[in-house]
Design a protein around this ligand. Structure first.
Ligand code: GLU
Length: 468
């Protein structure tokens, strides 16, 4: 049997961080078992679904690198209406579904009574039973189709995350599977597609637990074996509340991209958020696929931890190839009008600074002063810069000017430091800090000789000469 999972987002907004974790677990589970990971867009809510949101989802999946095996023929529920109709007809023909002609008023009455008496909402008025006389069909009213749910017994499944879950069938309503206008309803479409797509494992958020017994019963009525189910607990924000845009949480995947989080870091972080492999924190997706199993998914909710996310991000930045980082940092520098082409090779700069930033924006800031001098912080100026420092930097520039172009290396520059400090009667700090301020405009840089070597002789001398 080929394991098949699916990610089934509704295109009604952005791609949610929790959705990406669901997709990640679906993907990893399928890949771990040599199976398929499929994408399905649940766009039957025509009022709330938008083409723009579909694009946001597809772009987001592309960005994190979770590629669906059906990328060329993604399932869109709106394209499956004829098939839903066919399956609903099959259920009607085989006595697993029936027409119900209740009016809005009748249903409202039933709801009130159910609330009062604590029973199932629908009183099964139109449910055909042997020997039962159904009410006369009201003229001119189109019926809905209801699923003839089991009344006796219990529906049980072994949830691969939550363990055994049992629901008494009496608690399940005869749910509507087609509205009066013929359009199929949510739970039915999910089952029809999971059935047609041959999904073996439904891995999804635990906000769907209540739908599962209904879906299992529809599967059975279709004469099919239900898939296995695994319901993932929520991701909470740092305060332990449900993540929401309204509470100011970072929710959309595009926001993480803008914050300078690497996709591989985000996946690594999300992998660990609700699943563990011993004490491993930093790993590749290849390792994750190798290690992933549902048995180690936590059955309780997890909390976002921005500090940890940035820590993992920093680890991935350090581990990333300089060429890859250059591709990500370049647009960020260009956005700030930093002329990269006129300066040192960005990859060389990154090699020097990439262990100094927790995100790509901070990394871009670390690169910027290699191309244009920054504006020094007042506190640094007060501490390291005065007329004496200025005069001293001019004298050091004279020594730098004496280095032949071919000797403009970190090592040769370094070799100038000790004799200069000795001649000036100062400690190295009295040279290094003002030199950083004069050349870079910041006191926080890696080894200053290496920085100067990269910036280049002419530019270094120009910056020192022009420093005020
Ligand atoms: N479309 C549903 C959602 O976005 C997912 C349904 C499912 O996975 O069964 O929550």
């Amino acid at each position: 049997m080929t394991i098949k999972t699916r990610f089934a987002p509704s295109p009604t907004g952005y791609l949610h961080i929790g959705g990406v974790r669901t997709a990640l677990y679906c993907w990893a589970f399928a890949k771990h078992h040599g199976g398929e990971f499929l994408l399905r867009i649940e766009d039957t809510d025509l009022e709330r679904s938008t083409a723009e949101s579909v694009k946001v989802i597809l772009d987001g999946m592309q960005w994190v690198g979770l590629h669906a095996d059906n990328a060329d023929h993604i399932v869109y529920q709106t394209q499956n209406f004829p098939r839903y109709k066919e399956l609903i007809q099959k259920l009607l023909n085989e006595g697993h579904a029936y027409h119900c002609y209740c009016s809005k008023e009748e249903l409202a009455e039933m709801r009130e009574r159910a609330e009062r008496e604590g029973t199932a909402t629908y009183d099964r008025r139109w449910r055909p039973e042997p020997g039962k006389t159904l009410p006369p069909i009201p003229e001119g009213r189109e019926p809905v189709v209801r699923f003839k749910s089991q009344i006796d017994g219990i529906t049980t499944w072994h949830d691969l995350v939550k363990g055994e879950i049992s629901i008494p069938n009496a608690a399940l309503d005869d749910l509507i599977i087609a509205r009066a206008d013929g359009s199929p309803t949510y739970n039915f479409c999910v089952v029809a597609d999971d059935y047609d797509m041959g999904i073996t494992h439904v891995i999804r958020g635990d906000d769907h637990v209540n739908n599962t017994p209904k879906q299992i019963n529809i599967f059975k009525a279709l004469g099919a074996t239900p898939p296995a189910y695994a319901h993932l607990p929520m991701i909470l924000n740092e305060q332990g509340k449900k993540i929401s845009k309204r509470s100011g949480d970072t929710v959309a995947i595009t926001e993480y991209e803008a914050l300078g989080i690497l996709p591989e870091a985000l996946l690594n972080y999300l992998a660990r958020l609700g699943w563990a492999h011993g004490d491993d924190e930093f790993f590749t997706m290849q390792q994750f696929v190798e290690w992933f199993d549902l048995a180690h998914v936590s059955s309780s909710a997890s909390r976002m931890d921005a500090k940890k996310l940035y820590w993992i991000n920093a680890e991935h930045i350090k581990a990333a190839a300089n060429a890859e980082l250059a591709g990500l940092v370049l647009p960020r520098l260009e956005q700030q009008d930093v002329a990269v082409a006129a300066g040192p090779k960005l990859e060389d700069v990154l090699a020097l600074v990439k262990d100094r930033a927790h995100d790509l924006n901070a990394l871009a800031a670390e690169c910027a002063y290699f191309y244009r001098k920054g504006v020094p912080a007042e506190a640094d100026v007060a501490k390291h810069w005065d007329a004496e420092a200025h005069a001293r930097m001019q004298r050091f520039a004279d020594r730098l000017a004496g280095l032949p172009e071919q000797d403009w290396t970190a090592e040769h520059i370094h070799n100038l430091f000790a004799p200069f400090c000795e001649a000036e009667g100062i400690k190295m700090g009295k040279l290094g800090m003002p030199l950083r301020l004069a050349v870079c405009g910041t006191a926080k840089t890696p080894s200053v000789d290496a920085v100067l070597a990269l910036i280049g002789k002419a530019e270094v001398l120009r910056r020192i000469r022009e420093s005020a």
